[in-house]
Design a binder for this molecule. Structure first.
Ligand code: NDP
Ligand code: MG
Length: 329
């Protein structure tokens, strides 16, 4: 193993004793992590602007305040805002309270690696990244287990940064499943690459092209939806459970043969070269620079893509099919 995998026995909640964790943002990750930490006996306060998240944190019974008040009060400032606004909010509301001896914490290294946030040298900088959406983090914890996670230390001014990061991971249930120790660079680059090349970018494009080829050839869109989207989950579940060979054992020999002869024609070696270009743009900062520019200029292109996707027939047909099947269940 080239990375360390850590469990409950490698973490001690005592490292959080007497420390106040200020969670900034109460969205997908903020709410889930705050609730888990509180259940583990950690003192949590929430810093959030007025709005839906503010109301939700209040309803959940937290001590809720402005971002700058929470940053001031907290010993550990755990920033769980959307990545593209963290730099701005940090500059305006948090930076003044990042005093010597405090810990700055996050769940994704984007802002540290791409220097949107530049913490002073006399604070600890750590990351605790659950490898799941917030709802899953909370549900798994409530069932007595946890999702896997990553921890990393960027600055260790106190000499105790890793112990504190591991304690937070434990308080969120991550050490029950297993925590991988990595660097901020590894987490940031791998996370961005995974979502762009495979998980979100690559997969969505495969689904759309598959659906378009079938429907343009005159096949019914409802059937194309099942072939190219619905069944993907069943295949991925098998791969997840037992690897690619396990999936191949379950599918027919015909499907396995088709996988070997047609798969590499569709995603060929040139796709691998383009994946390397994507990784390169992530590592050299050009992807991040363009995304920050897009975010700062009103996200016009993001919104345009979002609208176009909503108009794609796979989304329209999918909505109808899912509602019919839900009714029948
Ligand atoms: P969300 O979009 O779900 O939540 C964002 C929160 O920030 C909301 O509470 C929102 O409040 C608040 N917010 C937005 N703008 C401002 C502002 N200007 N001032 C104050 N508060 C604001 O984010 P996520 O939970 O998805 O992401 C948080 C972090 O977790 C990111 O670093 C992300 O990379 C990381 N992460 C996310 C994962 C995921 O699956 N989602 C997985 C692992 C890590 P309001 O309701 O008012 O809009
Ligand atoms: Mg990810």
């Amino acid at each position: 193993m080239s990375v360390n995998i850590l469990h409950d026995k490698d973490a001690d909640l005592a490292h959080l004793k007497g420390l106040k964790v200020g969670i900034i943002g109460y969205g997908s990750q903020g709410r889930a992590q705050a609730l888990c930490m509180r259940d583990s006996g950690v003192e949590v306060i929430i810093g959030i602007r007025k709005g839906p998240s503010y109301n939700s944190a209040k309803e959940d019974g937290f001590s809720v305040m402005t971002v700058s008040e929470a940053a001031k009060e907290a010993d550990i400032i755990h920033i769980l805002l959307p990545d593209e606004i963290q730099g701005e909010v940090y500059k305006n509301e948090i930076a003044a309270h990042v005093k010597a001896g405090k810990t700055l914490s996050c769940s994704h290294g984007f802002n540290i690696i791409y220097k949107q946030i530049a913490p002073p040298a006399d604070v600890d900088v750590i990351m605790i990244a659950p490898k799941a959406p917030g709802t899953e983090v909370r549900k798994t914890f409530s069932n007595g287990f946890g999702v896997p996670g990553l921890v990393a230390v960027q600055q260790n001014a106190s000499g105790k940064a890793k112990e504190v990061a591991m304690a937070i991971a434990k308080a969120e249930g991550l050490t029950r499943a297993g925590v991988l120790e990595c660097t901020f660079e590894q987490e940031t680059y791998e996370d961005l690459f995974g979502e762009q090349a495979v998980l979100c970018g690559g997969t969505v494009q495969l689904i759309k092209y598959g659906f378009e080829v079938l429907t343009e050839a005159g096949y019914p869109p409802e059937m194309a939806y099942f072939e190219c989207l619905h069944e993907l989950k069943l295949i991925v579940d098998l791969i997840y459970e037992g690897g690619i060979q396990k999936m191949n054992e379950v599918i027919s020999n015909t499907a396995e043969w088709g996988e070997y002869v047609s798969g590499p024609k569709i995603v060929d070696a040139s796709a691998k070269e383009r994946m390397k270009e994507v990784l390169n743009a992530i590592e050299n900062g050009s992807f991040a620079a363009k995304w920050m520019e897009e975010a700062k200029t009103g996200k016009k292109n993001l919104l345009k893509h979002r609208e176009e996707l909503g108009n794609h027939s796979i989304e329209i047909v999918g909505k109808q099919i899912r509602s019919l099947f839900e009714k029948k269940n």
